[in-house]
Design a protein around this ligand. Structure first.
Ligand SMILES: [Fe+2]
Ligand SMILES: [Fe+2]
Length: 286
């Protein structure tokens, strides 16, 4: 894919159905990010090519309703593989979400597009780390009964499309997108990750501890993603003369956002820029 304007490039990558192509092209944009060689046209009004349903995605995994995703104990090999697969799926979706934030919303400052490019690149890295871990797990358990000899790969378990649903619901409104994708759905990851890590540490096997290490990297980067969401939510609220706390409540109702459940990772959320007033609002809802 020749280098083109960033928003067009993001749309083109979102339209790639092949998994390896999508990840490789996203990771390739890292060089542009480092070299600041990015052409951005904030004014362009873009639309998906006819006949392409976004996001173009690989045939596997099968996307199912979240109630159809089997819950397995992470104490078993297959349970841990399913857990890593589920997190990899979130990261794969997060690549799509970041690319979508770039192409879809016109008339934002250049920094907005560059911020979301950084998110897209980091999500592709998170996905790659988890996929490599998933692919390597069977080598640590050659004799376990529930491990297929060829191991696992992304696509081997069904996955749900909840994250993309929120992307669709907010496709007409950048304020809602910033409110409900990074600073709601991604912020839930800040809360959930330490709990998953605690479970994996308790299991204590080599693969579980390796997964904890990957989750450390993810948690560190995700604080940055939520911070980017907070920055642009505040900016768009100011542009439109909206009160950020009051309008968030309106948006969660309008778009049927999932309820935030405690315990909240307060340290990570404050690091990501949530205010005392925003945390007090969340506490009051819980
Ligand atoms: Fe991520
Ligand atoms: Fe993220």
């Amino acid at each position: 894919m020749p280098p083109v304007e960033l928003r067009k490039q993001a749309l083109a990558i979102l339209c790639l159905p092949h998994l390896d192509d999508k990840i490789a092209h996203t990771l390739a944009m890292k060089d542009a990010l480092i070299g600041f060689e990015i052409e951005v046209d904030p004014q362009a009004e873009l639309s998906a090519p006819q006949g392409v349903i976004l996001p173009a995605r690989p045939e596997r995994p099968t996307w199912v309703n979240h109630t159809q995703v089997a819950r397995r104990s992470p104490k078993t090999w297959v349970g841990r593989a399913a857990l890593i697969h589920a997190i990899a799926h979130i990261e794969f979706n997060a690549v799509n979400l970041a690319l979508d934030a770039i192409w879809r919303f016109a008339n934002m400052p250049r920094r907005y597009y560059v911020d979301w490019l950084q998110v897209a690149v980091e999500e592709a890295l998170h996905f790659s780390l988890l996929r490599a871990h998933l692919q390597s797990m069977h080598r640590l358990a050659p004799s376990a009964e529930d491990v297929p000899p060829q191991g696992w790969d992304y696509g081997d378990f069904p996955a749900h499309g909840g994250l993309w649903q929120m992307c669709e619901r907010t496709s007409q409104d950048v304020v809602a997108r910033m409110a409900l994708v990074p600073r709601t759905m991604e912020a839930r990851g800040l809360d959930a990750t330490p709990l998953i890590q605690a479970k994996l540490r308790q299991i204590g096997t080599a693969d579980a501890l390796a997964a904890c290490g990957i989750l450390d990297i993810i948690l560190r980067d995700e604080i940055g993603h939520v911070a980017i969401g907070n920055r642009w939510y505040a900016w768009t609220c100011e542009r439109e003369g909206l009160d950020p706390v009051a309008h968030y409540a309106v948006l969660t109702q309008r778009h049927e956002a999932p309820r935030m459940k405690p315990p909240f990772n307060r340290t990570a959320r404050f690091d990501a820029g949530f205010s005392e007033a925003e945390m007090a609002w969340l506490d009051a809802q819980a």
